[in-house]
Design a protein. Sequence first.
Length: 387
Amino acid sequence: MQLVNGRRPLLGSDQVKIIRFETWWVQRDTCLFDEKRQGKSRMPWDVVVLKITTDSGIEGLATALAARSGTVTEAYLQENVGPILLGRDPFDREAIWHELWNIDRHLAFFPVYLTGPVDVALWDIAAKAAGLPLYKYLGAYRNSLPVYASGLFHDSIDEYVEEALHYKNAGIRAYKAHPPGPVAKDMAIHQALREAVGDDFVLLTDPVGEYSLDEAIKVGRHLEKLNYLWFEEPFRDFELYKYSELCRVLDIPVAATETTRGCHWGVAQSIAQRAADIVRADVSWKNGITGTLKIAHLAEAFGLRCEVHTTTMNYMDMVNLHVSCAIRNCEYFEYFVPEEKFQLPMRGMLPIDANGVITLPEQAGVGVELDWELIHKQCVSHKVIEL
């Protein structure tokens, strides 16, 4: 029998409880947004590392965004979430998930990226206890996916073209632009990218919710002529009328629900209104592995893809990959670039080969390591609560 941390793997029926809840607020020297989108607000993109320890010695790990304020993420985890977990059976994930959902409502909403990492850490414990890689514990469909390079905002058309060509030359076979607006510039970027990479290269675009309906229709028809794979988030996710109309008039698939609140209940409203051709989810923003699986299975029931989007943290993106390989209706892994900006706090790089395919590790649990030396070096605050 495979041992985990030198111990016999636990079965779900064994008596086990959570005895320690630990967080490290870690500084990260990157930001996703340009000055126009930041405004005058501070906008660090820090990370809080989370560790849940059981009385059997098995540890569950995850990372949470600390966007704009690490104090907020740390305080919610320590004051509102940790006390709920102490003494609980880590295998009671569904009960804990729903309890956090109800507390979220009564607190007038956690940050969207808060409860997901807690759920991830619980799944990590369960997979380690079973002695299985996470995707096998979830129920594997595959063990690898092709990636698409997904870039940041750039000032010039040439920067988008250079980035796409760089990753094409590295073996990546797809690229997604985040054009900065206005619409005329975005269309010029789309055109320049297609001309630069050729007809056989996969292209996608995500303008991040800035278009009017008539602008989106114009851009969408242009994208159809350029043979883009999908058109993502041209509006805010709550603008269901605009999404419904756009999906009705365009042939190119429209991807939405990246920021929709309410987990699968929220995504269900978009599906019911025919306001998305592809839904988006991830383990950070959609209430963890549990929430992302609920969304993916809901989408599958309606014949839709659930394309999992980046968490902006390599460790959690590896969790995304486990989930993506445990469902059928996901075609790609979103590879956020340049990778070095999003590596913290994972040790090493994402396992992408020369053909642009990412393959899962076979170790128990998430199967990758955190860089504890770097975590301690860049730690702003370390807090622990114990049973």
